[in-house]
Design a protein around this ligand. Structure first.
Ligand SMILES: [Zn+2]
Length: 349
């Protein structure tokens, strides 16, 4: 009996070992790090999808984050772009060239329309004067407001489909837009944002079970949440706006990042930087349209700091730089060279 079963046991054991080793190979294969740029639809339109993809390939960029905000380019204009021949070409070329596409959007003004204020002021925030106002964000504790948001988000995710399954549906772009009603006031801005993101992810996952969603640490949400815990699938997006790039990350920003990394997993943390953000370096004034104050050493210094913390997902606003007007004013070749340097820093070359 023993002799007859021995070869079978050996074969079975070998088979199990092969399975384990194959499985092991799958799990330890390093994932491709993200090297991204964030652009407006108007940037991409001005250059054209063909030329844009050619430029991104030269710089080893593997991710485009398409940006919308309610003020200058809203969700409607993003949808119009994506459905246009140019937008479809961009999607096809990205797929062909293995460039991921994500959508980094301030959406809250549009998924909770301000026009609801007259009939339903309780959907909106109580400001520091104790007045209900629809200027920014919402009352994050309003269950009825969430019913409106759920309906609108369910529509939105029918056409906003990030190839990475990472969603970025940010609250309003503000420093002081949080709710001080009795239910919300004990929560910090970061906690209120995380309440919103936890609810949002639950809604998106009803449509896309693979979805993950960014907690944007930025401006008044830069500090780590204190009382609310992230649901599984919420990842940290750290966007230290207002930096002086001649200096490393300030100690406040660095400490905020470290605290956030104690709450959110570092493996999924994503950095949104401004190294190439011509719109920001022009103070968002189109009549200015400055040259980007690029310094490869500054960027390298910052990237190493983030990588030393175990972060490998990066993108930078490059709005108004990858734009025909920038090429006309400051030269396409130079812009492409800057982008190539950025790409090679992220590649560790
Ligand atoms: Zn509230």
């Amino acid at each position: 009996m023993k002799f007859r079963t021995y070869p079978i046991v050996v074969i079975l054991l070998s088979f199990i070992l092969v399975l384990i080793s194959c499985n092991g190979k799958e799990t330890i294969a390093p994932k491709e790090a993200f090297r991204g740029v964030v652009l407006y639809p108007s940037d991409m339109r001005s250059i054209g999808a063909d030329r844009l993809i050619d430029i991104l390939k030269k710089a080893d960029i593997n991710l485009i984050g398409i940006h919308s905000n309610t003020i200058t380019e809203d969700l409607d204009s993003l949808k119009i772009y994506l459905e246009s021949a140019e937008g479809r070409l961009l999607t096809d070329l990205c797929k062909e060239n293995k460039i991921d596409v994500e959508y980094e959007c301030h959406v809250l003004q549009e998924i909770l329309p301000r026009s609801l204020f007259d009939a339903y002021p309780e959907y909106f925030r109580l400001d520091s004067n104790g007045v209900r106002t629809n200027d920014l964000n919402m009352c994050f504790s309003s269950e009825q407001a969430w019913l409106v948001i759920e309906k609108n988000i369910t529509e939105l995710v029918k056409w906003i489909k990030p190839t990475t399954n990472r969603y970025f549906f940010w609250i309003d772009d503000s420093y002081d837009g949080f709710c001080l009603c009795d239910k919300c006031k004990s929560y910090s801005p970061s906690d209120q944002a995380l309440i919103y993101e936890n609810m949002m992810l639950e809604i998106i996952r009803k449509v896309n079970p693979e979805a993950t969603l960014a907690h944007l640490a930025y401006a008044s949400t830069l500090e780590a949440p204190k009382t609310v815990k992230p649901q599984e699938g919420i990842f940290l997006e750290f966007a230290p706006i207002g930096r002086n790039y001649a200096e490393p990350l300030s100690s406040d920003q660095y400490n905020a990042l470290k605290e956030n990394l104690g709450i959110f997993p570092k493996e999924t943390t994503h950095i949104l930087e401004y190294w190439l953000d011509v719109s920001m370096f022009s103070n968002w004034k189109r009549e200015t349209w400055n040259k980007v104050p690029w310094n490869a050493d500054y960027c390298k210094r910052d990237v190493h700091l983030y990588q030393d913390l175990g972060i490998d997902s990066f993108t930078t606003f490059a709005t108004w730089m990858l734009h025909q007007r920038y090429f006309d004013l400051h030269g396409q070749d130079e812009a492409v060279e800057v982008l190539k340097e950025y790409g090679s820093i992220l590649k560790g070359k």
